[in-house]
Design a protein around this ligand. Structure first.
Ligand code: E4P
Length: 216
């Protein structure tokens, strides 16, 4: 399973990248706004900086919601760097645009996915990645990990090549459960990635080894 970091924060991206296990970055308009990135030039420059920091797929989300505008914006984003993946919302014009990008060699990440039906449509359009939002589903009393397992099963049966990118990850257990359910990628905040390190028995065991090493 690939690991992406889900942030536009450069310090967090650097810290995750330094671990040596980072395969890419996802962003969205909310994450960009949180970092105070405003205006077209600043947005494009920020994506360029992220591409220079991380050698992996970088999702850059379109802000448009109509077919022609999504295509125009996606072309500009894709031109920033070969590693850019154009992130497109799961709407009718978005699906049409994903098909156009697929036919024209531009890779895509279909975002805001909450059902297996949406996952089938995105795969039919040739999306490179599909982003089901696990945490937001859990928030509404639906099981997000169950959806990952259902989509993984459908894609395996049907031979779809779209990669399942589990998004809206809220904790380390989500990552473990998504790996178990067949996600190809997990995109996670830094805290969830670092949370995977934690176990009290590791800390107790290490403290003991350090103490005993003094007696050697
Ligand atoms: C990533 O691609 C998504 O935009 C992101 O994971 C959404 O996460 P949230 O539900 O925590 O906002």
């Amino acid at each position: 399973m690939k690991f992406f970091i889900d942030t536009a924060n450069l310090a967090h991206i650097k810290e995750a990248n330094d671990l040596g296990i980072l395969d890419g970055v996802t962003t969205n308009p909310s994450l960009m706004a949180k970092e105070g990135i405003k205006g077209n030039e600043a947005i494009l420059n920020h994506y360029k900086t992220i591409c220079e920091l991380v050698d992996g797929d970088i999702s850059a989300e379109v802000l448009s919601v109509t077919y022609d505008e999504i295509i125009a914006e996606g072309k500009i984003l894709a031109a920033i760097h070969p590693n850019i993946v154009v992130k497109v919302p799961m709407i009718k014009d978005g699906i049409k645009a994903i098909k156009w990008f697929t036919d024209n060699g531009i890779r895509t990440n279909c975002t805001l996915v909450f059902s297996a039906g949406q996952a089938i449509l995105a795969a039919k359009a040739g999306a490179t990645y599909l982003s089901p939002f696990i945490g937001r589903l859990d928030d509404t009393n639906w099981d997000g990990v169950d959806l990952i397992a259902q989509i993984a099963n459908i894609y395996a049966i049907q031979g779809f090549e779209t990669q399942i990118l589990a998004a809206s990850i809220r904790n380390p257990l989500h990552i473990v459960k998504c790996a178990e359910a067949g996600a190809d990628v997990c995109t996670c905040p830094l805290n969830s990635i670092l949370g995977l390190l934690k176990h009290p028995l590791t800390d107790i065991g290490l403290a003991q080894f350090i103490e005993d090493a003094k007696k050697m």
